[in-house]
Ligand binder design. Structure first.
Ligand SMILES: Cc1cc2nc3c(=O)[nH]c(=O)nc-3n(C[C@H](O)[C@H](O)[C@H](O)COP(=O)(O)O)c2cc1C
Length: 172
């Protein structure tokens, strides 16, 4: 069975819920492990076929120490110390990889018109390290602290299921 890891960053728990829902979809046809980036997980081992990386969008991109401090001042209780997804991806080994990467983020629904997403930045960072990115997706929260809009967890599970199916297809 092919193997996936889902690495997430989350300050209020919304992205964590999405990560676990994505993993539920992947788990229908892949072996899946979910890892919190703040626990400083090791880079994916060689037997991992798919890395799924997700985090909250902060200031149009992935979080930074300054934006995590800002989140803490707004009441966030987890992951504020980092490392965040940006720092974790930055530490990934470079070179050509057989592993494929998909990225996701959470963003505030009322700011849909604004550009920039953590998923887009994370994909760019992964490609810089030699990974092939397959796809990316945003999931929507009502406000800075959440909650997620109704139906987003179901959409996340469906996205994970679809990703697993794509993994069964040859790389392009
Ligand atoms: C400092 C800061 C900057 C943010 N910047 C953006 C942004 O540029 N675009 C956006 O849609 N949401 C932005 N948000 C809202 C976050 O995306 C939201 O808090 C996140 O999706 C919640 O997920 P979490 O519970 O996993 O942390 C920002 C939040 C904070 C605290």
């Amino acid at each position: 069975m092919s193997r996936a890891i889902v690495v997430f960053e989350s300050l209020w728990g919304n992205t964590e819920k999405v990560a676990r829902a994505v993993a539920d979809g992947l788990a229908e046809s892949m072996d899946v492990e979910v890892l919190d980036v703040s626990t400083q997980p090791s880079p994916p081992s060689d037997d991992v076929d798919l890395l799924v990386a997700g985090g909250p969008t902060h200031a149009f991109s992935m979080t930074r120490p300054r934006t995590r401090a800002d989140a803490r001042s707004q009441g966030a209780t987890q992951g504020c110390e980092g490392p965040g997804l940006r720092e974790w991806l930055d530490e990934l080994p470079s070179g050509r990889h057989h592993q494929r990467v998909a990225t996701f983020d959470t963003r505030v629904g009322k700011a849909r018109h604004l550009p920039g997403s953590a998923a887009k930045s994370a994909g760019k960072e992964a490609r810089r390290h030699g990974y092939e990115t397959v796809t990316r997706q945003s999931f929507w929260v009502r406000d800075v602290a959440g909650p997620l809009f109704d139906g987003e967890l179901e959409r996340a599970t469906a996205w994970g299921r679809d990703l697993a199916v794509r993994m069964g297809e040859p790389a392009r």
